[in-house]
Design a protein around this ligand. Structure first.
Ligand SMILES: Nc1ncnc2c1ncn2[C@@H]1O[C@H](COP(=O)(O)OP(=O)(O)OP(=O)(O)O)[C@@H](O)[C@H]1O
Ligand SMILES: [Zn+2]
Ligand SMILES: [Zn+2]
Length: 735
């Protein structure tokens, strides 16, 4: 008898095998009733086994809940590909394909009682009713006016006896009806209409239309910041809807892209019911409703973060991946998929067009345009003729000398002077610093001790408002010591500054300016980001100081100055993509300036003014940057010329993590296929996190398939000890 592996509903996510009774058409993705201990429970079939492992008898599936799998066959096909490519168990893949909110019965449809008018008594009866039973008369009149049905609750709490009476006459009937839990209920979106495109945009959209008609090759839209890529997305989406096709839009972190979501909602305000937005703030009930609205074809445009790549749309016309270079498209738990790469695969499976867009394309995608795998669409001008901002570099080594030993100020003289000027002219300023908190670390000048987290190998960050030291990896908190815990020197002091300290400095330097700080500490409240950005738009705020939360996608015409306080953060990390990331971040942040009538300026503070990522960003030269970086990658055999996989071990026992990885290394080495390069097993750059020691090794290979199969084979033959966790990250984006 065939068997089914079932993921049981409930908080524990148990997985058990059950026998499939004769004649039951059970398939993966179907939900089933099964016996669990001595009662019936529900679950989802993850996979089928042809032969039952017959050592002991399996209990049988009781009933098939869905005659057809909830997962479309095309998504199932993508699931099998993922399991193979990312070396992930099918069980985990199925969990990604079918969100928990959909699998678990208890979030099922929300309903409400509706009163339906079946027939209206004739005029004579109505007159009688109005005299004898005015309430009944009123109910019938209200129902008539409302077009024949109304929610029971709207008829008032006191009406129940009268409703019963009119129901008894057969005039009305009460029925349960599903209601949609609308995450945006109460929000109004003003409809806006398509812009007439400039000639560059026109050229791009024609190609996009062609692809929607007959999909051929993935498109990479490389458009400088402010070039109007979003308008292309909107008109492409419109074209699909007109052709009766559906649209999938992926954004990197949807909570951080309120403006982009807003623009889609405004453009499609007249068909609001057909737009579904999937983001992490949805309740399980809202998720359930949105998923079913997509599955049954009501929602035709889906906007969401990486997991929306599994949205069960059918008849896809186009998949749009905005900011395709963003790392947050990579899932950091198994299956460790890349949302953009799956989008390309899905478009292929569904025979739909695919459009990747960015002002700073990933070298992977850009390289694909050079080899002819993708086609390149370019927007080189800002949309309404604004010029690109002027970028000035301030060498903080030279600035520092002015202050003789006191260390350079957080705001260099040129930045401060420029801010004064802009504020005096009533313009707005954005300052960017990718580190939150007050001070990066606390160090003893006498013995050199840096206070570290006791669970992670990083310094604790000082947060002034909480008067605490906080770990940015695990959240561990500690009291701020007054003297060195090691040598008791009282001179222990703060090093490095974060956004909280900058805010304090700004208050002193610009006492009359209105400030807002945007980082994960200040933006905890739901809608905090949206509200702050709205206040900024209304010019109730003069200066924003923020982390990467403000780096992309924001459009504020009155911002004429962007300051990057420390461009070197992130440049000196052990990752071959460090330079690429710095280039992207600088270009994106700089792109927030001068997006209106007024010209924009950018001031970049750095200790390494000559590093290529800073110089090319300064000249808005993506092509130049890509050429030299690709040359470096080619010489060293790094992606995009190869695929890069990382294998990691994690354990609370340092030696066991290390030993397990050495063992795997030996086996990988033994019959290493041609063309693969195996790195040494080493401590991870972050050697300890959450109390776990971490070791890793890197493998490079020109064939992705071969690479992931070789690794999966070895890992399957080498199960780790119980206290060691294995991590296999195919196409790893971080180390
Ligand atoms: N054809 C057009 N005519 C006039 N204005 C336009 C046109 N296309 C776009 N715009 C406007 O130009 C501004 C910038 O466009 P948009 O935000 O779409 O650029 P983007 O390429 O997405 O930028 P970024 O990569 O920085 O997010 C917006 O205010 C948009 O409304
Ligand atoms: Zn000390
Ligand atoms: Zn920690």
């Amino acid at each position: 008898m065939p068997a089914a592996r079932v993921l049981i509903d409930g908080p524990n996510e148990l997985v058990f095998d059950y026998a499939i009774p004769e004649g039951m058409d059970a398939r993966p993705g179907c939900r089933v009733k099964i016996p669990l201990r001595n009662r019936a429970s529900t679950g989802t079939i993850l996979a089928l086994a042809k032969e039952q492992a017959s050592e002991f008898e399996l209990r049988e599936v009781l009933e098939l809940i869905d005659p057809d799998p909830l997962i479309t066959p095309k998504l199932m096909q993508m699931g099998h590909w993922m399991a193979d490519y990312y070396g992930a168990p099918m069980e985990l893949v199925m969990r990604a394909l079918l969100p928990e909110a959909v699998r678990q019965e208890n979030h099922s449809e929300k309903t409400r009682k509706m009163v339906h008018l079946l027939e209206t008594p004739d005029e004579e009866a109505m007159t009688k009713l109005s005299k004898r039973a005015s309430r009944q008369h009123l109910i019938l009149t209200l129902l008539q006016a409302a077009g024949g049905k109304m929610p029971l609750s709207d008829l008032g709490a006191g009406a129940s006896a009268s409703i019963k009476a009119v129901a008894k006459h057969g005039w009305v009937e009460i029925k349960d009806e599903p209601v949609r839990r609308d995450p945006d209920a109460g929000e109004a979106f003003l409809e806006d209409s398509p812009l007439s495109l400039n000639s560059e945009q026109q050229g791009a959209i024609e190609q996009v239309f062609k692809e929607i008609e007959t999909p051929d090759k993935p498109m990479l839209l490389h458009g400088v910041t402010g070039s109007g890529k979003t308008e292309i997305y909107l008109q492409a989406a419109q074209r699909c809807l007109d052709a009766g096709k559906s649209v999938l839009v992926l954004l990197p972190e949807i909570a951080l892209a309120p403006q982009t979501v807003q623009r889609f909602k405004s453009r499609f305000a007249s068909i609001q019911d057909q737009v579904a937005v999937m983001h992490s703030n949805l309740s399980q009930g809202e998720r359930f409703d949105e998923w079913h609205r997509i599955r049954n074809g009501e929602a035709k445009i889906v906007i969401g973060a990486r997991s929306a790549v599994f949205a069960p749309l059918t008849n896809l016309g186009i998949i749009i991946v905005d900011e395709e270079h963003e790392n947050s498209y990579k899932q950091d738990t198994s299956p460790r998929y890349h949302g953009r790469d799956l989008a390309v695969l899905r478009a292929h499976i569904e025979n739909s067009a695919i459009l990747l867009g960015s002002a700073t394309p990933s070298l992977e995608s850009f390289h694909n345009t050079e080899t002819g795998k993708y086609q390149l669409l370019k927007l080189e001008q800002r949309a309404d003729g604004q010029s690109m901002p002027i970028i000035r570099i301030v060498d903080m080594k030279i600035e520092g000398r002015k202050y003789k030993g006191a260390g350079p100020a957080i705001l260099s003289d040129p930045l401060r002077a420029n801010m004064e000027k802009k504020l005096a002219e009533g313009e707005q300023v954005i300052l960017f610093l990718n580190r939150r908190g007050f001070a990066r670390s606390l160090q003893c000048p006498a013995c050199g001790l840096v206070i570290e987290c006791r669970h992670c190998s990083i310094p604790l960050t000082y947060h002034k408002s909480e008067e605490r030291l906080i770990c940015h990896i695990c959240g561990h908190q500690a009291i701020t010591p007054r003297k060195c815990p090691e040598c008791h020197d009282p001179g222990i002091r703060f090093q490095g500054y974060g956004t909280e300290q900058v805010e304090g400095v700004l208050q002193k330097v610009f006492p009359t300016a209105k400030l807002a700080r945007i980082d994960t500490d200040t933006m905890r409240r739901k809608h905090a980001l949206r509200d702050t950005l709205k206040a900024f738009r209304q010019r109730k705020i003069d200066i924003i100081i923020g982390t990467q939360m403000i780096a992309k996608g924001l459009h504020f015409p009155n911002v004429t100055l962007v300051g990057v306080l420390n461009a070197d953060l992130g440049l000196h990390v052990p990752d071959f993509r460090a330079g690429e990331r710095t280039f992207q971040l600088l270009t994106q942040v700089a792109g927030r300036a001068g997006r209106g009538e007024l010209e924009g300026e950018v001031i970049v503070q750095t200790y390494t003014p000559h590093s290529p990522s800073i110089q090319f960003a300064r000249h808005h030269d993506f092509g130049g940057y890509a050429d030299q970086e690709l040359e470096f990658r080619r010489q060293f055999g790094y992606p995009p010329y190869t695929h890069c996989a990382v294998i990691g071990t994690r354990s609370t026992h340092q030696r066991r993590a290390e030993f397990t990885l050495q063992n795997i290394h030996q086996r990988l080495k033994k019959d290493l296929p041609q063309g693969m390069v195996l790195g040494e097993p080493l401590p991870s750059p972050l050697v300890r996190a959450h109390g776990q020691f971490r070791y890793q090794l890197m493998l490079l290979g020109s064939s992705a398939r071969q690479l992931s199969r070789h690794i999966s084979n070895i890992l399957n033959q080498t199960p780790p000890p119980d206290d060691v966790t294995l991590v296999f990250d195919m196409d790893a984006m971080g180390f």
